[in-house]
Design a protein around this ligand. Structure first.
Ligand SMILES: CC(C)(COP(=O)(O)OP(=O)(O)OC[C@H]1O[C@@H](n2cnc3c(N)ncnc32)[C@H](O)[C@@H]1OP(=O)(O)O)[C@@H](O)C(=O)NCCC(=O)NCCSC(=O)CC(=O)O
Length: 458
């Protein structure tokens, strides 16, 4: 026994035996495994948009100008009632936008209750989610990721828990509730879903809901003009969006409509005035509301400029990038050195523009900054007219409009641009994977698209 052991040791250590290649082979295999794992985990996972649905408010929630004015006069007096009418007439909103039940009461105005906020949230969110599940045939238990962004209403349990409970989502669902992030949060949710897909290779389906619930501290009951302006602009709205990653394509899902190309975020909140230009505060009587500074457009222009410089480098064709850089470093007017005087032609990078419908001045401002045509901002103006400022969901109503008009062709590129408190400027860029059928039955635009575009007051 002892001898055989010795002879074995001799055999493997003898100089005449071939060199022991086991450790080298082991190391090589291990390195190859590490490399494969690294490539697998760092491979960019594609993200697709299966479909989306926008909430269509019920007729009884409609707010014609005359009712809004009368309501304002009865509650706040003639002066403020007329002020609100003046804002409304300049706002770009039409006669069919909607407010929740609470906002239709005349004195004594009921205080917004948690139950009332929940009712509105359930109506908006469940209607949109029901519709997108119906359209895609997705079984709710297949959903791996759930993200809801809602600026002003964040109950406990959260809005995501409300959806988990209603649709009986799996116990392993990864749910995230984003609040207080304003109107530019739509692309933030898309970006979060993209990162979660990347970090969880087995996750195949993500449901995103973007909404603002008006029966909440967002609805202002005081007399401060800068806070009453938001009551004039914000309206009921919400969108449910189903995203998928290649993992899920084994299942019998519909062919996706769009592929996500880019998500880009710009935050200028480090500057105090930019941070405060859209600000939730209490007035001198303790009424909570959102104060809109008259300087919003100035701060929005600064954030937009920074954002476009970064976005341009991602999306513009090379010659357009070079022209832009040349104007930055070698401007015709030497005083402009270090600032780009050339406005890049973003229409060379996108076929469709969905600019946040924050108010007429917001759409005008972006149109001017980018040198866009009236037709290029048509979706924004019409979404503002028909549905009002629906916060983070406005960019989805705009894509819905473009689809309902039958304008989306295979390979078209779509730019969703969110602008909002922070101050933030965020983009999501999509490429369409097929011609998108026009007006769909039951969709938010289904019963009115033929009347649009409508002429607007100057
Ligand atoms: C409010 C407007 C519709 C008003 O239109 P015009 O500017 O063309 O008209 P105008 O100047 O005659 O204004 C009409 C009346 O409103 C008053 N007014 C206007 N803006 C005001 C403000 N911020 N605070 C107090 N009063 C205001 C004017 O003084 C005037 O009063 P008088 O008649 O008494 O002289 C527009 O300026 C607009 O669209 N602004 C942008 C709104 C905005 O900030 N949207 C972003 C929302 S937040 C968002 O979407 C994102 C987020 O929350 O994250």
């Amino acid at each position: 026994m002892e001898e055989s052991k010795l002879s074995f040791i001799k055999l493997i250590t003898s100089p005449s035996s071939p060199p022991n290649s086991f450790p080298i082979l082991f190391l090589l295999t291990f390195a190859a495994f590490l490399l494969a794992a690294f490539l697998l985990f760092h491979r960019r996972r594609r993200v697709y948009l299966l479909d989306f649905s926008c909430f269509k408010p019920p007729g009884h929630c409609r707010v014609p100008f005359a009712s809004f004015e009368e309501h304002g006069r009865l509650i706040l007096g003639d002066d403020l009632g007329l002020f609100m009418l003046r804002v409304l007439e300049k706002s770009g909103l039409g006669e069919e936008t909607a407010l929740p039940v609470l906002a239709h009461y005349i004195e004594p105005v009921p205080v917004p209750t948690l139950a009332g906020s929940r009712d509105e949230a359930e109506l908006v969110i469940f209607s949109a989610v029901d519709d997108v599940l119906r359209k895609t045939g997705v079984d709710p238990t297949e959903i791996d990721i759930l993200i809801i962004n809602c600026n002003s209403f964040f109950p406990m349990p959260s809005l995501t828990a409300m959806v988990v409970n209603r649709y009986k989502l799996r116990s392993t669902v990864k749910s995230f509730n984003l609040s207080g992030m304003g109107c530019s949060c739509g692309p933030i949710s898309v970006g979060l879903a993209k990162d979660l897909f990347q970090a969880n290779p087995s996750a195949g389906l993500a449901l995103i809901v973007s909404t603002e619930i008006i029966t909440s501290p967002a609805w202002y009951k005081g007399r401060e003009r800068s806070m009453l302006v938001s009551n004039c602009l914000f309206r009921m709205g919400g969108a449910a969006v189903l995203l998928s990653s290649p993992t899920s394509h084994r299942r019998s899902l519909p062919h996706p409509k769009y592929e996500l190309l880019h998500v880009l975020r710009t935050h200028t909140g480090a500057h105090d005035s930019s941070y405060r230009c859209l600000y939730q505060v209490e007035d001198s009587d303790g009424n909570l509301g959102i104060s809109l500074s008259k300087q919003v457009m100035e701060f929005s222009a600064v954030a937009l400029k920074l954002h476009l410089t970064r976005l341009g480098l991602l999306v513009l064709p090379w010659d357009e990038k070079l022209r832009f850089l040349a104007s930055y470093f070698f401007p015709k007017n030497k005083k402009l050195a270090g600032t780009a005087s050339y406005v890049p032609q973003f229409r060379r990078a996108f076929e469709h523009f969905c600019v946040h419908a924050g108010g007429k001045a917001v759409v005008d401002g972006v149109k001017r900054s980018l040198g866009l045509t009236e037709q290029e901002v048509e979706a924004s103006r019409m979404a503002l007219h028909r549905f009002g400022n629906t916060s983070s969901s406005s960019v989805w109503y705009e894509l819905g409009y473009t689809e309902a008009k039958g304008r989306v062709r295979k390979k078209d590129r779509i730019w969703q641009l969110g602008l909002g408190s922070g101050f933030k400027c965020n983009s999501a860029v999509w490429r369409s994977l097929r011609d998108v059928k026009g007006n769909e039955e039951g969709g938010a635009w289904s019963d009115c698209i033929d009347r649009y575009p409508v002429p607007l007051a100057p």
